[in-house]
Write a protein of this length. Structure first.
Length: 175
């Protein structure tokens, strides 16, 4: 199957992606797992600014390991996305457009994806070293005290992913 190139700056074209499409994602992606999501919600609940612009953003549910010599990042595999399901609908309603992780999502998240014209992309579980090869740069931008779970800004090039849930709500998990 042919892989389509997709850049995070092409958000207007996100509706063209279909469940089952294999893509090579390039652009800016932010990492955030459970602990970071809790802190993002504390900021939102207290009307404080987030550490990155949420509108049009891509979040990768990952906690990368420290970088070995000569590399921008260590292993960078996906975590189980359902752990972020309590947070995802609100973030999607606030402009999040791309979520990256592994595993199924709740019906509430699928509905929020459809409602907001977003997508959920799956990375290959257990292949963190492979995912790290797509990372060109990594910068901690928030919650440094969380270590590997801090929010990081990644520049990725040709990150291999599969569209698991498209902007119309079609899901690979229901096929």
């Amino acid at each position: 199957m042919e892989r389509k190139s997709f850049h995070t700056a092409q958000i207007a074209q996100i509706a063209q992606l279909r469940a089952g499409d294999q893509i090579l994602l390039s652009g800016t992606v932010y990492t955030a797992r459970d602990a970071a999501h809790k802190r993002l919600f504390e900021l939102l609940d207290n009307a404080q600014p987030l550490p990155f612009e949420l509108n049009g953003a891509a979040i990768y549910y990952a906690g990368p390991t420290p970088a070995p010599a000569g590399r921008p990042i260590g292993s960078c595999g996906p975590t189980t996305s359902s752990r972020m399901d309590p947070f995802a609908p609100r973030l999607l309603d606030l402009g999040l457009k791309i979520m990256i992780g592994k595993g199924q999502r709740s019906p509430e998240v699928v509905e929020a994806i459809r409602r907001n014209g977003a997508v959920y992309l799956c990375a290959i579980g257990g292949a963190g070293a492979l995912a790290a090869q797509a990372v060109q740069s990594c910068e901690v931008i928030a919650f440094d005290d969380l270590g590997c779970e801090s929010v990081k800004k990644l520049a990725v090039k040709d990150f291999p992913l599969i569209v698991a849930i498209d902007a119309q709500g079609n899901s690979l998990f229901e096929r």
